[in-house]
Design a protein around this ligand. Sequence first.
Ligand code: PLP
Length: 356
Amino acid sequence: MNTPRVEVDLGKILHNTQCLVQRLASCGISLTGVTKAVCGNPAIAQAMLKGGAIGLAESRISHVHRLRQAGIACPISMIRTPLMSQLDQVVQACDTSYNTERSVIVGLSAAAVRAKLIHNVILMVEMGDMREGILPQDVAQMALDIANLQGVSLTGIGANFACLRSTAPSTSDMANFLILIDQVESTSELNFDTISGGNSASLPWTKTQTSPTRINNLRVGEAILVGSDPVSGDQINGLYTDAFTLIAEVIETKTKQLQAPESRSILALGYQDTNLLGVALPVDILFAGATSDHTVITTRESLPVGTELRLNMNYSALMRSMAAPDIQTRTYYESIGTIDNSYKEKNHYGKIRATE
Ligand SMILES: *Cc1c(COP(=O)(O)O)cnc(C)c1O
């Protein structure tokens, strides 16, 4: 089989989704599966849907087209504010988009009228992450301005946390978001169906909730795909962290001497393929360095040329490798084994040695 390749155990994606869907249901929260890191891979998307995701979310129209061409008919949301140059495509391929710019929503309205469709709009509010979002004090006016536009239906309000600044939303951040929803609804006399309270980084907050709040949706990618908390990097209890494996092939092995003789191998893998700092190696293998197409490792036992190494990836490495043109993806369902809680002890994320 070709290398490098990514193997995806869909059973683990299914399990992770089911697990999170169940946990969130107890707080009255639905889960939207985010497939952007896997470029809208249809098999992975299907596993999320099978696991109970109520719909999918994407950030690029090309990924949405890939999902639709595979016959996926579920609701798809565009979670990055639509590009002015793609509004017709967004209206045709997505049921909903998250928005922060009035001019874009006006454009969506016109595109929806042309397509004879109703497009759902969710307003994204800036709650401190300082990436996208309407300023809190401007939300009610924006809602009123667009409420009567033809072709669009204002269905919800969303917030995003821990994307640009890596701090998880605190209880008071979430409380402020809920207060804002109340204020916007009373000022505008509008009512919102969907209150989307963030991404994987909002999962810890849900554990502090004993009864449902107005927040009734989260958009989750990372936790499903790699089973870890985006802020701490820790494994989420009960989730698989190894649904994805990167397989790389040894193309040279020689004993070379820098200080002492050591067995050095080259993998046909480089920065063009992935973020090597997010690739975990077995503990007895060390990174010596990497370039665009080569990764040099030192090993205790010398590895024959042609050996395939199976490597774990964090979210950053996963995202890059799934988008790399030379890496194929192989998906499969297998009866899944027990969850490995000790992968961190068995693997380590390599630091490229600064000296080489
Ligand atoms: C990427 C993204 C998500 C999903 O984030 P994860 O950390 O993968 O759960 C949710 N919402 C928005 C707006 C995003 O850009």
